[in-house]
Ligand binder design. Structure first.
Ligand SMILES: [Zn+2]
Length: 271
């Protein structure tokens, strides 16, 4: 018997997975997790399957924050990269939801030196600039170097990129971190907000990439002078995020409806 508040949480969690798939933030890879509201020392992720195919609580596995091991003795197979999630929950007590994505729209900003700074008002949460995590800086000679965050030390190294210095604040300085040649991770206080951040991080990157393409095409034919891109000022980013935070229920309701009417997605908890 699942606690009543977990039934609601799992319904939202499964909707979140489907919404992230529908919006191409996740595909067969990537994951969403949520901290257990009844026990801050554990968190939930889906078992090792494509997010679109998660349908019920039997697809959800509970893990310890301490070492990302499963709470149940014989759990379904889990994701290798669950250390991303455990180490962010360990470092930031105010964080309750994490998305890790291999979005191809985001990766160019992890390998090009072009900074990912907010260019649209719905991405003010990106802050001044999005840090880039280079996992190769943390490898030892005998490590498997497949870029996956497959150990506690690698997860801790990624988590440290969310805050400058050795901040012990409950919330991070940055809500999004790019992962070089791999993807990105974003975290927040709840599922709806972290899904919003994941989707609009990707939208911001897409808009910026389109702007770079048309700017180059235009300037190549008209001038040797390069104008660069326009970014939000720090105040515009901060104020936009303050406004957007109050509107997240609107896109969430739309996204839930979109996945509900698509035959691909099944959520046995959604009435
Ligand atoms: Zn990954």
């Amino acid at each position: 018997m699942i606690a009543a508040n977990l039934t609601q949480l799992f319904m939202t969690f499964i909707n979140g997975l489907h919404i992230l798939d529908y919006n191409k933030v996740l595909d067969a890879y990537g994951h969403l997790s949520v901290r257990n509201p009844n026990n801050a020392a554990t968190f939930f992720m889906s078992r090792n399957e494509a997010p679109a195919l998660v349908t019920s609580p039997s697809d959800i596995v509970e893990y310890y924050v301490a070492n990302a091991s499963a709470v149940e003795p014989s759990p379904p197979s889990g994701f290798i990269e669950r250390y991303i999630h455990s180490e962010i929950y360990k470092r930031f007590s105010g964080i309750n939801a994490v998305v890790h994505s291999h979005s191809s729209a985001m990766i160019p900003y992890s390998i090009s030196g072009v900074p990912l700074k907010p260019s649209i008002h719905l991405a003010g949460f990106l802050g001044e600039v999005v840090p880039v995590f280079d996992i190769s800086q943390y490898y030892h000679d005998n490590d498997t170097q497949d870029l996956l965050v497959r150990t506690i030390p690698l997860g801790a190294a990624l988590a440290s990129k969310f805050s400058a210095g050795n901040s012990t604040e409950s919330l991070p300085d940055h809500l999004v971190v790019l992962m070089q040649s791999h993807g990105f991770t974003t975290c927040s206080t709840d599922i709806e907000t972290v899904v919003f951040q994941a989707i609009y991080s990707q939208t911001d990157a897409e808009v910026k990439s389109d702007a770079l393409v048309i700017q180059h095409a235009f300037l190549d034919s008209n001038s040797n002078h390069h104008e660069g891109l326009v970014y939000l000022t720090q105040k515009q980013a901060t104020d936009s995020w303050a406004t957007d935070k109050g509107t997240i229920q609107r896109p969430w309701d739309l996204w839930v409806r979109e996945v509900k009417v698509s035959p691909l997605y099944v959520n046995t908890l959604d009435p």
